[in-house]
Design a protein around this ligand. Structure first.
Ligand code: AMP
Length: 284
C-alpha cells in the first residue's frame, strides 16, 4: 500500500501502536535494488509492520549535484516492496515534507545539525551541508513513523555513524540496525548511482572494492602502518579514476588512524566519468 501524506500515514501508525505492534522503518531515496531489499527483508523479519520511505530528499543534495536526474522508479519500487511483504510505502512530495513553496534554506527550516567533528571529513568535506539534510529528514521520518527499529546500510557508513550519534545525543527512542553492504559478484557495492555508469565505467568501478579487499588482505597478513597500506592502492588506479579520499578512521567516532586496528574502517570515494562512487570496509 502506498501513502503520500503524513496525516494518512499517522492514522495507520496509530492503529498499529494501539495493537502494540512493533514498527520498522527503512528510509530510502528509491530506485530500489538488492541492497535496499536486504534492509527491507531484515525489517519484515524483525518487526510486526514495516514502512519503507521513498523520498529523494532535496535538502541533502548540494548545488550542482544530481537532484534532478536522480533515478525515480516509484512503480517498480512499490512492486519490490509489496513482494517483500512491506506494509506501507511512504512516498511524500517535497511539499508534503517541507511545506508550501518548500523553502529549503535554513533561514526558514529547523535543521538538525550533527557535530562538525563528524561532518568535516570524508563525504562531508566535498558535500557541505549534506549530513545536515540527512539528519533533518531522518529526524522528521522518525517523528512521523515513530519506529521501534530503523534499518540503515553500512554502504553509507559515515551516515550510519552520524545517525547513531544523533539518536544517542537527542535520546530518540529508536534502535538503529546496521546492515552489511550488498555487492555484485564482481565486488562492486550496489548503488542507485551505478545506473549512471557505462559498461566500461563499471569495469573501472571495480577498483573501489579491489583496493579495499587488498588492504584488508594486507592487514590480515600483519601490516598495520596506514602509509604502507595506502601505497598498495595506487596500482588499481588509472587516468579514468579521480580519487577523492582513501582514509582509515575509527568505527565509532571517525577519528583518523595512523596505525590500523580491528576498530578501523577504510573509506574510499572516487569519481569515474563524473559519477561519484563510495565504498568502505571494516578491517575486523
Ligand atoms: P539510498 O536510497 O541510497 O539513500 O539508501 C537507502 C539505504 O539503503 C541506506 O541506509 C543505504 O546505506 C542502504 N544501501 C544502499 N545501498 C546498499 C548496499 N549496497 N548494501 C547495503 N545497504 C545499502
Amino acid at each position: 500500500m502506498i501513502i503520500h501524506t503524513i496525516e494518512e500515514l499517522r492514522e495507520k501508525i496509530k492503529e498499529w501502536k494501539k495493537q502494540n505492534m512493533t514498527v520498522g522503518l527503512v528510509p530510502t531515496m528509491g530506485a530500489l535494488h538488492n541492497g535496499h531489499l536486504s534492509l527491507i527483508k531484515k525489517s519484515v523479519e524483525k518487526c510486526d509492520k514495516t514502512v519503507v520511505s521513498v523520498f529523494v530528499n532535496p535538502i541533502q543534495f548540494c548545488p550542482g549535484e544530481d537532484l534532478e536526474k536522480y533515478p525515480r522508479t516509484l512503480e517498480a519500487d512499490e512492486k519490490l516492496c509489496s513482494d517483500a511483504g512491506v506494509d506501507i510505502v511512504f512516498a511524500p512530495s517535497p511539499k508534503e515534507m517541507y511545506g508550501e513553496g518548500h523553502i529549503l534554506s535554513n533561514d526558514f527550516l529547523t535543521y538538525v545539525i550533527p557535530p562538525f567533528f563528524y561532518t568535516n571529513k570524508l563525504c562531508g568535506k566535498s558535500r557541505v551541508g549534506h549530513f545536515d539534510g540527512v539528519c533533518t529528514v531522518v529526524n522528521k521520518l522518525f517523528n512521523i513513523v515513530q519506529p521501534d527499529f530503523a534499518f540503515f546500510g553500512e554502504k553509507d557508513r559515515q551516515q550510519l555513524i552520524i545517525l547513531k550519534k544523533m539518536v544517542k545525543d537527542l535520546n530518540i527512542p529508536v534502535e538503529i540496525i546496521p546492515c552489511p553492504i550488498v555487492r555484485e559478484e564482481s565486488g562492486l557495492a550496489l548503488s542507485s548511482r551505478n545506473k549512471y555508469l557505462s559498461d566500461e565505467d563499471k569495469k573501472y568501478a571495480l577498483a573501489l572494492s579491489q583496493i579495499l579487499f587488498n588492504i584488508k588482505a594486507c592487514y590480515n597478513k600483519g601490516i598495520t602502518d596506514v602509509k604502507a597500506l595506502t601505497e598498495t592502492a595506487y596500482s588499481y588506479l588509472n587516468e579514468h579514476h579521480s580519487l577523492e579520499y582513501l582514509e582509515f578512521r575509527d568505527a565509532d567516532d571517525l577519528e583518523e588512524k595512523k596505525i590500523a586496528d580491528d576498530n578501523t574502517i577504510v573509506f574510499i570515494a572516487l569519481k569515474i566519468s563524473d559519477v561519484r562512487l563510495i565504498d568502505n570496509i571494516a578491517l575486523k
